[in-house]
Design a protein around this ligand. Structure first.
Ligand SMILES: [Zn+2]
Length: 249
């Protein structure tokens, strides 16, 4: 058991939240009870995940995608009221860590995705140094990498060929980081792996010869909360369970 305040203080420091310019607040977003025993983690603070946390008897819910994104107008009405009501009714804390949890070298989404595929980052790149890059354990074709990602992530992935070169260096950034493709190219990657694709990346891949892979926003961002949840469980003697709710995006 641990106090909510103590865990929040620890996370603020361990994840260096003050060092990031982010799209929403990092840390405790909805305050619940002051003592924690059971921690539930998941990717996004959706109504379905909050309901699952209630069913699981959670004292706190740890997510990567929280609430109150830049551009939201702040009114707690309609779907947002309905989403939050069970947290208040059951006194559950909601803790969200966005970019700090993409970036963390041990517990972050990028670190976790890399570990899953044997990519040991030897380089960081891009805005706020969120991108990771590594030499592949051995040179491989795009088809082989695509197959490996399909198997590891349990879903189809979109792969755009570059100039057909053997892939030696991989750059990656989980989630909606398609805008990092150019900085990945500048960092010397042969292939860039992220969650999503938008229209411009197809042209950039053709014109620069660097391959591009979109492997799913949700699928690539399931690592951070699991790694962090396991760490908190050990450090503070909590129970922890990750709940994965399918998302095709
Ligand atoms: Zn994301």
């Amino acid at each position: 058991m641990a106090s909510t305040a103590e865990v929040e203080r620890y996370l603020s420091e361990a994840l260096a939240i003050g060092q990031f310019k982010d799209y929403g607040p990092n840390g405790l977003q909805v305050e619940g009870r002051g003592e924690l025993r059971r921690l539930i983690s998941g990717v996004t603070a959706s109504r379905a995940l909050i309901d699952a946390a209630v069913d699981a008897g959670a004292d706190a819910l740890l997510v990567h995608h929280g609430l109150f994104w830049r551009g939201q107008d702040g009114r707690l009405t309609g779907w947002l009221r309905q989403r939050l009501a069970p947290l208040f009714a059951h006194d559950i804390n909601l803790c969200a860590y966005h970019l700090p949890l993409d970036a963390h070298p041990l517990w972050g989404n990028n670190a976790g995705l890399g570990a899953c595929f044997g990519w040991q980052a030897d380089q960081r790149f891009g805005e706020q140094q969120l991108g990771f890059a590594a030499a592949l354990p051995q040179p491989q074709t795009l088809e082989a990498l695509q197959q490996q990602l399909r198997q590891g992530l349990g879903r189809d992935v979109i792969a755009l060929p570059g100039d057909g070169r053997a892939l030696r260096r991989v750059a990656w950034c989980t989630g909606g980081a398609q805008g990092y493709f150019e900085s990945a190219i500048a960092a010397g990657a042969d292939v860039f792996v992220t969650g999503e694709i938008s229209e411009p990346q197809a042209h950039l891949a053709r014109e620069t010869g660097v391959a591009f892979v979109a492997a799913g926003h949700h699928a690539t961002e399931r690592y951070g909360v699991q790694l962090l949840g396991a760490h908190l469980a050990e450090r503070f003697g909590l129970e922890h369970r990750f709940i994965d709710l399918p998302n095709p995006a």
